[in-house]
Write a protein that binds this ligand. Sequence first.
Ligand code: SF4
Ligand code: SF4
Ligand code: SF4
Ligand code: FES
Length: 950
Amino acid sequence: MNALELKRLADIDYGTPARDAATLVTLEIDGKPVTVPAGTSVMRASVEAGIPIPKLCATDTLEAFGSCRVCLVEIEGRKGYPASCTTPVEAGMKVRTQTPKLADIRRGMVELYISDHPLDCLTCAANGNCELQDVAGQVGLREVRYGYEGENHLVAQKDESNPYFAYDPSKCIVCNRCVRACEETQGTFALTIDGRGFDSRVAAGQNEAFMDSECVSCGACVQACPTATLTEKTVIMMGQATRSEITTCAYCGVGCGFKAEMQGDKVVRMVPWKDGKANHGHACVKGRFAWGYATHKDRMLKPMIRNKITDPWREVSWEEAIGYAAGEFRRIQQQHGRDSIGGITSSRCTNEETYLVQKLVRAAFGNNNVDTCARVCHSPTGYGLKQTLGESAGTQTFDSVMKADVIMVIGANPAAAHPVFASQMKRRLRQGAKLIVVDPRTTEMVRGAHYEADYHLKLKPGTNVAIIDALAHVIVTEGLVDEAFVAARCDAQSFSDWKAFVSRPENSPEAMAEVTGVPAETIRGAARLYASGGNAAIYYGLGVTEHAQGSTMVMGIANLAMATGNIGREGVGVNPLRGQNNVQGSCDMGSFPHELPGYRHISDSATRKLFESSWGVTLNPEPGLRIPNMFEAALDGSFRGLYVQGEDIVQSDPNTQHVAEALSAMECIVVQDLFLNETAKYAHVFLPGSSFLEKDGTFTNAERRISRVRKVMPAKGGYSDWEVTQLLANALGYAMNYAHPSEIMDEIARLTPTFHGVSFDKIDRVGSIQWPCNEHAPEGTPIMHVDEFVRGKGRFIITKYIATDEKVTQRYPLILTTGRILSQYNVGAQTRRTENVRWHSEDRLEIHPHDADERGIRDGDWVGIESRSGQTVLRATLTENVQPGVVYTTFHFPESGANVITTDNSDWATNCPEYKVTAVQVMPVTQPSEWQKQHQRFTQEQLELARIDG
Ligand code: SF4
Ligand code: SF4
Ligand code: SF4
Ligand code: FES
């Protein structure tokens, strides 16, 4: 049996979903006793007993539908032939699955299907992986008595509008699996069965092409289709895979498990892994389809160096590039001191790679000047949750949402940024959970197919803390505190101080209504619902953290959860939705200048000693520079060298011109990346990076879940990223000799208490592990703070609302806020190089029709956006999703320059930029901004210096 067959075996389809009832039922199937939970279907019980039943319309990811009539069985004492997929088990039931009569009926049913099916099996894309073909074999169909001449669908027109999959209705058996997948799994409700009887066919939207419908290209219907009706275009082009490997998506913090199906070292398709504990076989358009960037022609595969950024790049050997970088770093340190260089780790890279970069900085550079992109996204989460709960991470599993009665989404749009989790959340909402959304925009989370928020707190950007204090005020003054929980689990003094603070009249919803723009009654209703609606869970995103009071708001959220006892069990909790695939991991691995792996402060001598004895160096007890401090130091001349692994700081960090000036002031910037990104234009050494398909390691998702990333093809540039860091360390005279990333994880586990029990072997055995995983929790920790908080007693912290310095004025009368869109990802380096641009090929400025009208702006017009930092030009989209006074854009395209306008304002505790609040003016214009013209010139120059055609 080959590897692919083995994997397929592991993917047994039980026909209907598992039930988790406490009551067990025993029945007999073909004489064999079987015990299953009550509510299980006869079909599933039978498969569990090792007796498969032919089926077409059933699959275990969807509720049974009972339309194909292929799965009929006989049940003693019952008339007729019930469908096993829709019949629940009963105690003492005696089922027969194989009788001559059943064989006859099944063969007849399949014969009908085949008589209206193209007989092109040999040339069909699904050949060898088609359930209809399999079932025809299982029921022993040898001939079709009706002939093929009758009325049929064989010439039905194909729909190839979606760039990733094709719809060929001639092969459709109208089993409805695609429709149910779109409803139950994805929650988009884009498909229906149009027409009746013989004329029925699957239709997208209002009988439109898939691309014109509301389909979001998640691929769930393609996955569910048992025939070649809905098929990936790569499979049509390349044929079936010959091997597969389980790995983890490299896009967002959901961390979906995938089966990379391969032919040799070419990816045929990425199939969402049914046993993936974060995604349960679901995916979104990015992970499922947008992997073509990995082999895109723009990949830079040769190391390059140059003395000045105005020099042409020279392709050199790895040896020369690494030697040059090490030589420059040592020269700079000799001339300007040990602290004159630093490094930036990547949340796109593996835990092992991130760990190595921070180790390189601390051990080989000899300072703590290491930081990561979490600085600009979730550093307030790390700070705020550590202060209140004692651990810098979310408290739940994603699955916990299925036990929530009230879901509060604050400053997050999971439908765009965490789509697979959004689908799960929507499923829970369709089951009846209540929803509170706190967001300045009307996002898809406010209203969608079969759900609607009970409360939408459409606040003014920058007033989160005012809202959380007002919510707390209601909970405290209306007697909604869970006194027993607080008495048992929380620090009494901090609670009473906080209670006195939030009770003050100035924190009442009435007092805050003007500040926030949210009517007091809406705040009161939301507070009552959150505190007394049963299990209440908070999910939040960058709309919470990327503010001047980002850390304050995180602490405010933790206060609210503690005060209402909504922490420490399933269905509740405080859940930061981490943006990038491994942002949780990069923080866990010690990427911050003040923390060693496992969030232990660098000033703690016992922890330092542990690392010193393992690494054979003396560590500096002082925290190093954060990214913004590195830029400041570069401009004052004291910081001159930077190693940047997989991070595009020029595009992603605020105030682009300031970042560019800082980088231009440095003497040696080493960029390690897949592409010649915006930061690489300021670099002196370019080291080819490796994609997630080209390396082994682990990613840690937003649930603290550590999953394996597996190498399915050789590194295109010659080395995986961890190997490059190791080469650099060795060239700097600091020996690293890891033979495999598993050895790096072994070192992490040895030195980090929350990782003591983690190893590649264990992950391979159990699939994935949520940290802490150690002697107290050998299998990991799905829910945190169950009996006590990590810090002992939960600590309430006073969260006084302080208005941001970024004020609207006559000159800058609008507030710009930023966010993401489903089809694009972060700086867009990957998704822009895929067909995903078909959904979103530019960043647009969303503006309310009232504000647009006042300025004479029409939909689609070019508009100039000017802030105190700079100017850029985008096209306008008029929409009431934003409120008057607020404009909104995304930042996926470098030429948009969204960060040219964002300012240097940042969170008081962590320096996380205040991306979400920038005062701007918007005016119609006819040409690009000065920055855009200059950016275009500079890009062209840099492409020529790298001899790349523009
Ligand atoms: S791709 Fe996803 S959203 Fe589109 S029709 Fe299929 S299941 Fe629905
Ligand atoms: S497209 Fe596929 S899944 Fe949908 S009804 Fe037709 S055969 Fe079934
Ligand atoms: S939800 Fe996130 S992790 Fe899952 S497939 Fe989409 S981008 Fe990848
Ligand atoms: S599989 Fe049971 S009716 Fe189709």
